[in-house]
Design a protein around this ligand. Structure first.
Ligand code: FMN
Length: 425
């Protein structure tokens, strides 16, 4: 990311989370209520654990906004952890004095799980690799930051990016496409976006959703967990965000990295994704119909998911993410102890979700929105929202008509010349 940057801070049971978002133009309307909508969406979903009944996430805008509009300066958001009140001594920032050390030791002696150092590393978590890497003897030093609680701050930052995109006529949303091997049937995806968003799994197909819920219940009663797939869709993007000219300017790469960076995502597909490998090219590539009367370029299909050559092509952007089953099982897997190096029958158990596909979709919306907002600003420049919107409108108008031809180029006789002849490698 170049124009728009963000940096999060905070531990899962620390005092709270923080995020600085830098690079936004001045003059964008923004309130804490706008951000609260997405934070609440992240907390919902059938299969979430008890933590979500404790937290009522709300970000406070500390800087960068005055009288409801951005100033162009860095925006600092803070989000308190309500659960912190149960962890004050365990997560204390200041060094422990003798009496506090004794207090913690007494808690451990009484069997208090919060105070007891975590050494039975959990499979599927950053526990072992993180503790070895940073030299910790208590896995809590790892899991507090590796926890997906951090994604709350990303969603808050994403809500700001969404506000910018909305002003530019771009909408980003997501839905649950699969849970535990049960997929939606697009022919039965009868719910509107609002209805899907309000449903238990944020799913457009009610019949599939009922079977997904049954899979989650099945996992719950077996002390197990399930994963799934979410799909993020963005409408209203202009042609030409991102670039093919260098690897790190390709929007497909930036989107894949952003979505893959979400704790629990193990695969990213754009458009048809891996399915393309099973088809002939004629059944994959999107035929270009031409420019319509309004200047819009029409493709007959959108298998590419709105991106060709790492550049948006005017079709809706489609990004899918594979969510692995939650790692912490109510019936814990065998593991090993960090200190002794010996096997243990059961890994540490920390209160846990069973399935988080709908929430992962909301987090992916945020990551996609941040990447797209950055790409828009990269294209338009501009220090104020009116300047961004003017530049974008001028660009949209320019690409809606035929490109200017260079006078030194020969005019093709019967249409455009053939492009290349021997492949492009
Ligand atoms: C919204 C959300 C909630 C999560 N909740 C849990 C949880 O309750 N228990 C758990 O074991 N993992 C949970 N995870 C996943 C872990 O954070 C993640 O698997 C772990 O940090 C290891 O990272 P990795 O899966 O990317 O390798 C959650 C992930 C997300 C996105």
């Amino acid at each position: 990311m170049g124009r728009l940057r963000f940096l999060t801070a905070g531990e899962s049971h620390g005092q709270g989370l923080g995020v600085i978002v830098e690079g936004l133009p001045a003059g964008l309307e923004l309130t804490a209520d706008d951000i609260a909508v997405d934070l609440a969406r992240r907390q919902r979903g059938y299969g979430r654990g008890a933590r979500q009944t404790i937290e009522r996430d709300r970000a406070e805008i500390v800087s960068g906004v005055r009288h409801g509009r951005t100033l162009g300066s860095p925006i600092l958001l803070t989000i308190p952890n309500r659960d912190h009140e149960h962890w004050t001594r365990v997560m204390q920032v200041e060094p422990l004095g003798p009496s506090e050390t004794a207090e913690l030791a007494a808690l451990v002696a009484s069997g208090d799980k919060r105070a007891t150092p975590v050494t039975r590393v959990r499979p599927g978590h950053a526990d072992l690799a993180g503790a070895l890497k940073y030299g910790f003897d208590d896995v809590r030093d790892v899991l507090e930051r590796a926890s997906a609680r951090e994604t709350t701050a990303r969603v808050a930052a994403g809500a700001i990016a969404r506000a910018l995109l909305r002003a530019c006529g771009i909408e980003v949303w997501s839905f649950t496409a699969e849970v535990g091997g049960v997929g939606i049937d697009p022919a039965h995806a009868s719910r509107s976006r609002e209805e899907a968003d309000a449903s238990p799994l944020r799913c457009p197909d009610p019949e599939a959703e009922a079977r997904m819920i049954a899979r989650i219940d099945e996992a719950r009663s077996a002390g197990d967990t399930v994963g799934g797939v979410f799909e993020v869709v963005a409408h209203g993007l202009p042609v030409g965000l991102g670039s093919y000219v260098h690897w790190d300017r390709r929007l497909d790469g930036a989107l894949a990295a952003a979505v893959m960076s979400i704790n629990i995502v193990k695969g990213v597909e754009l458009g048809l994704g891996f399915e393309q490998t099973r088809r002939f090219g004629s059944a994959v590539h999107d035929v270009i119909e031409g420019r319509d009367a309004g200047g819009r370029w029409i493709h007959r299909s959108n298998n590419a998911g709105g991106l060709t050559g790492g550049v948006t092509n005017g079709e809706p952007l489609v990004v899918r993410g594979a969510v692995k089953p939650i790692s912490t099982l109510a019936r814990p897997l065998p593991s090993a102890d960090l200190l002794t190096g010996q096997p243990v029958e059961q890994a540490h158990y920390e209160r846990s979700d069973i399935s988080v596909v709908p929430a992962a979709g909301v987090i992916a919306e945020a990551m996609v929105a941040l990447v797209l907002a950055d790409a828009v600003l990269d294209k338009t420049g501009g220090d104020s929202l009116p300047e961004v919107l003017d530049n974008l409108a001028r660009y949209r108008a320019r690409i809606a008509s035929a490109p200017d031809r260079r006078p030194d180029r020969p005019v093709p006789a019967g249409g455009e010349p053939e492009v290349g002849s021997g492949g492009d490698d």
